[in-house]
Design a protein. Structure first.
Length: 363
């Protein structure tokens, strides 16, 4: 198996060498365009963690038009609106459904090839295998771009990741996107979203003071806090005179926490959600794409996190966001479901842990 991996890396690197030195040479006389393609496949959180990197590319190439190729994951949309539509960065957004079929792949290739991109930025997934990355690299090379950025980043401990899942360098997702560009930021700045909330949400929020926003759901089962503890937290906020609004998207029918709250679950679009977060006194959320979205806003936020993944890899750089995480004996297990069935790492927190952060750290 190790020999096969080494052969794969050898031929992949050979292909890169041939592409750079021969294929690009044959395209040297192609007319230079002012278009750049960014490739990022993923869900809401995967896209949001790259916002600052996207913005940096736009600033660096201010005279270029930026397009993006991304997957149409249900989590990249909130209320039917794609998260990329709320940032003024991209000229064209090309989407496809996963898993992608071969005939659709060629249609996308033909469509994109007409643009003759000057440069392509490929942001590969954190957990991607060598084979996955080079498969995409081969596909992108067929577009005949002058440069695919950057080949050297693909070699970062990929072999180790294949042979030993615990033996790889930990890079924070926000940092990793910028390291691809040889750029590091000093301060994590709020991002300007272009949103227009619905009249219902706008009028409602303008007639309410000092509310706490809670997003109690998550796609990953390991990221969901006990409903009983959510109810206790709602009651605590009510007892100190704070109204509570619940938001989120879920297929679960368990909306009733048996206490006093305003229910906006499955009732908001993306603009509404951002507007609700922006105007909240506090925001409490599970470790989801919504938590990453809050990183670019000014609201004081607490993220209740499991410890099944490696510490620090998804943590925001924002000073407004505090991550509650507790490593226990089985952390990090790297499992998508708790083997004990009780999500014991995330449920090791109680209501007072959340209140102590909000009422002591942010006052």
């Amino acid at each position: 198996m190790i020999i096969m991996h080494k052969l794969l890396l050898f031929f992949s690197n050979l292909y890169i060498f041939l592409y750079v030195n021969i294929y690009n040479f044959l395209n040297i006389y192609r007319k230079k365009t002012n278009k750049i393609l960014i490739v990022k496949v993923g869900n809401l959180g995967d896209l949001v963690t790259n916002f600052q990197a996207f913005d940096y590319i736009k600033q660096k190439y201010s005279n270029y038009k930026l397009d993006i190729l991304t997957s149409t994951g249900i989590n990249s949309k909130v209320g039917g609106k794609n998260v990329l539509d709320i940032i003024n960065i991209f000229n064209e957004i090309y989407e496809f459904n996963l898993p992608i079929k071969l005939n659709l792949l060629f249609k996308i290739l033909i469509n994109l090839n007409k643009n003759r991109y000057y440069k392509i930025y490929y942001f590969y997934p954190e957990s991607a295998s060598t084979l996955y990355i080079y498969k995409w690299l081969f596909f992108l090379s067929l577009l005949g771009s002058r440069k695919i950025v950057k080949f050297r980043i693909f070699k970062l401990n990929l072999f180790n990741r294949l042979t030993n899942k615990y033996n790889f360098t930990i890079i924070n997702e926000y940092d990793r996107a910028l390291k691809l560009l040889d750029f590091e930021y000093v301060n994590f700045l709020p991002f300007k979203f272009e949103i227009i909330p619905t009249p219902e949400i706008f009028n409602f929020i303008n007639n309410i003071d000092n509310y706490v926003l809670i997003s109690p759901y998550a796609k990953a089962k390991t990221n969901i806090w006990s409903p009983n503890k959510v109810a206790q937290l709602i009651n605590k906020f009510n007892s100190i005179g704070l109204k509570v609004i619940l938001v989120g998207n879920t297929t679960s029918n368990e909306f009733n926490f048996g206490c006093n709250y305003i229910n906006f679950i499955n009732k908001t679009n993306l603009s509404d959600l951002i507007y609700l977060i922006e105007n909240a006194k506090y925001f409490v959320t599970m470790e989801t794409g919504t938590a990453h979205l809050a990183s670019f806003l000014n609201t004081k936020t607490v993220v209740i996190s499991p410890s099944n993944y490696v510490k620090g890899i998804w943590q925001s750089k924002s000073s407004n966001v505090f991550y509650l995480r507790k490593d226990i004996s089985c952390s990090p297990c790297l499992h998508k479901t708790c083997k004990f069935g009780d999500n014991r790492c995330i449920n090791s927190f109680d209501v007072n842990d959340v209140l102590n952060v909000l009422l002591l750290k942010y006052i």
